[in-house]
Design a protein around this ligand. Sequence first.
Ligand SMILES: Nc1ncnc2c1ncn2[C@@H]1O[C@H](COP(=O)(O)OP(=O)(O)OP(=O)(O)O)[C@@H](O)[C@H]1O
Ligand SMILES: [Mg+2]
Length: 357
Amino acid sequence: MTSITLSGLRKSFGATEVLKGVDLQIGAGEFTVILGPSGCGKSTLLRLVAGLENATGGRIRIGERDVSGLEPRDRGCAMVFQNYALYPHMSVAENIAYALRVDRAPRAERRRRAEEIARLVQLDGLLDRKPAELSGGQRQRVAMARAIIRAPRVFLFDEPLSNLDAELRVQMRHEVRRIHEEVGATSIFVTHDQVEAMTLADRLVVMRGGEIQQVGAPAEVYERPQTLYVAKFIGSPSMGTIRGTYCAGARALRLPDGQALCVGDRLPGFADGTDVVAAIRPEALRFAADGQGLRARLRFSEELGSARLHHFEVAGEAVPMVAADRRPLEQGAVAALDAPIADLHFFDPETGTRHPA
Ligand SMILES: Nc1ncnc2c1ncn2[C@@H]1O[C@H](COP(=O)(O)OP(=O)(O)OP(=O)(O)O)[C@@H](O)[C@H]1O
Ligand SMILES: [Mg+2]
């Protein structure tokens, strides 16, 4: 199995710097998901690894080899794209075995291998159909099979599921994971869908503006976001944030409207008067007993089916709350919220880095 190492990887298109020095170590056989907003450089990163684009600076190692100067075909990567562009005039079997045909493998060998891979991706029985006679999910599986047949050392996926409807997406997500477990190739999967990212990844890489913000197991990134950006980006609905000034004596943040948010001993050694951003997951907020907690005004509520999503405002800032008890509240109502100290995350308002680091 094959590890991948990116060091100081840079890419510019003209004057635009798209990747600003990416360092990333991917273990052999690992399923790594790169998550980030549109335009942050995810596809560019993948294309650099595949060799479809030349880096402006930095090195790429696949296994023991530095592949930075190698042609795509010499890198041992197979790529699956969002637009999987099957050959419409060829059967499923011919599409799957296309790479073997290019390598001039005999017809019987091609058929045998296509049948073998088709079983793996559960396309057996469909080998003689044309792509137009398949569902979206089946076409996606042909695209996967076509990549698998090359026995790549590395799989690169660029938003391969985004053309599918919601239900099929979930189903294919499980398929991708199952196939990964059977094939075992080191995989990099790019998406801007955070649920896809959380559920698929062994390791999650959050990118923003051509830079890596955080790398870690999905649960670790969720529970301990290292930057305010990651805190807001991961999780739906997003975390609420409240700005305040640390008051060491009261062990609380003083909010702009004069309220106090208790922080206990969570900010050890912090100087009195330090500006801090506190963040909290909507699921962690509770209704407080009367006369206690933070005063919050309801902007509006949304029904989630299993819960109610209340969009509160605390000291002028948006603080969403997911309430399991679905207690109806009127727009403009004032409620008291309890933000458990253990559930608070703190960040530097200037740099966005986590407190304490
Ligand atoms: N060939 C190119 N020439 C000039 N600029 C480019 C080129 N390819 C990409 N870019 C720019 O580089 C940035 C990153 O593009 P990239 O395709 O890597 O983003 P992405 O993270 O994959 O986004 P999306 O989620 O929308 O696919 C974008 O601002 C894009 O406009
Ligand atoms: Mg892209």
